[in-house]
Design a protein around this ligand. Structure first.
Ligand code: G3H
Ligand code: 13P
Ligand code: NA
Ligand code: ZN
Length: 316
């Protein structure tokens, strides 16, 4: 069955690695994620956004997640799997997911005032904990692609606030903003220029204020250049797509960061292989024929993350 994130994070903290949180909304992604995590013996947080829930249907998703635990068992390795709501926007969305059997939820009140964020987060925690469902909160706003990177100081998490937030809400983990952002265009950089490093100084300050407390990193795709190139070579148009360098994520995974969220890299790998396959086989119209190579590539991508970036391989 599904488990919450408490034990996973405790082990990740002690073992100095991060548990992968991979988004899914369709069958092939789910198969790839579970296969990769079973093959690398990694704990897994399967996450579903509000949009994914709407796309795939809430009931369907619930059975898909149950299917994931059954598949892992069939593959001979019962890795711990959590089903987590990604970016819950209201108490009602979070309650619905708790009632639907999710083992973990995020309430993202980061766009509210500090006091309103505390109020809604506390309400979700009080409800979720009755059912042993763990809760992730967020402080600080992830940088948007429109912003000028050098002028983003105000978006970063303020370390002076984290202790009070965690104490007053009772959250089980905290997402912070140290320079990552969502999507495939994380920084505006000129060709040949390197991306600005993550603010490890802010992360360290947060760790000092919250010793042993699990930190979460959103927006952690590397926007793997290989996939961007394939997409652009086969009719796509992704100009200036850039992500977080792997060595920075490796460093983060060794810290109190216990959960690293990756969605965009999976989207890019999947799209790259579908574009390439269809371009090379224009006569193909059986979706299995072009979804299978995409799924195979996804398995490789997720295994690579577990083995070489997050350090979660072998920890299940
Ligand atoms: O944080 C955002 C996740 O990548 C989910 O994105 O809302 O498009 O499903 P989505
Ligand atoms: P990416 O867009 O970098 O994959 O981030 C995903 C994420 O944070 C989901 O919550
Ligand atoms: Na860690
Ligand atoms: Zn996110």
């Amino acid at each position: 069955g599904l488990v919450n994130t408490r034990e996973m994070f405790k082990k990740a903290m002690e073992g100095k690695y991060a548990v992968p949180a991979y988004n899914f909304n369709n069958l092939e992604q789910l198969q790839a994620i579970v296969t990769a995590c079973v093959q690398t013996k990694s704990p897994l947080i399967l996450q579903v956004s509000k949009g994914a829930r709407e796309y795939a249907n809430a009931t369907m998703l619930r059975y898909m997640a149950m299917g994931a635990t059954a598949l892992a068992k069939e593959m001979g390795c019962e890795i711990p799997i959590a089903l987590h709501l990604d970016h819950g926007d209201t108490f009602e969305t979070c309650k619905d997911c708790v009632d639907f059997g999710f083992s973990s939820v995020m309430i993202d009140g980061s766009h509210h005032s500090f006091e309103d964020n505390i109020a809604v987060t506390k309400k979700v925690v009080e409800y979720a904990h009755q059912f042993d469902v763990t809760v992730e909160g967020e402080l600080g706003v992830l940088a948007g692609i429109e912003d000028d990177v050098s002028a983003e100081k105000s978006h970063y998490t303020n370390p002076d606030e984290v202790e009070e937030f965690v104490k007053r809400t009772g959250v089980d983990s905290l997402a912070i903003s140290i320079g990552t952002s969502h999507g495939a265009y994380k920084f505006k950089v000129k060709p040949g220029e390197s991306v600005p490093p993550l603010r490890f100084d802010i992360l360290e300050e947060c760790e000092k204020r919250l010793p042993g407390f699990p930190i979460v990193l959103h927006g952690a795709s590397s926007v793997v250049p290989k996939y961007v190139e394939i997409i652009n070579n086969y009719g796509g148009k992704l100009d200036g797509a850039v992500g977080i360098p792997e060595e920075q994520l490796r460093k983060a995974a060794e810290s109190a960061v216990c959960k690293i969220n990756i969605d965009s890299d999976g989207r890019l790998a999947f799209t790259a292989m579908i574009r390439e396959t269809l371009a090379k086989h224009p006569d193909e119209f059986d979706p299995r024929k072009y979804l299978k190579p995409a799924r195979t590539e996804l398995i490789e991508l997720y295994k690579h993350k577990n083995l070489n970036v997050l350090g979660s391989a072998g920890k299940a």
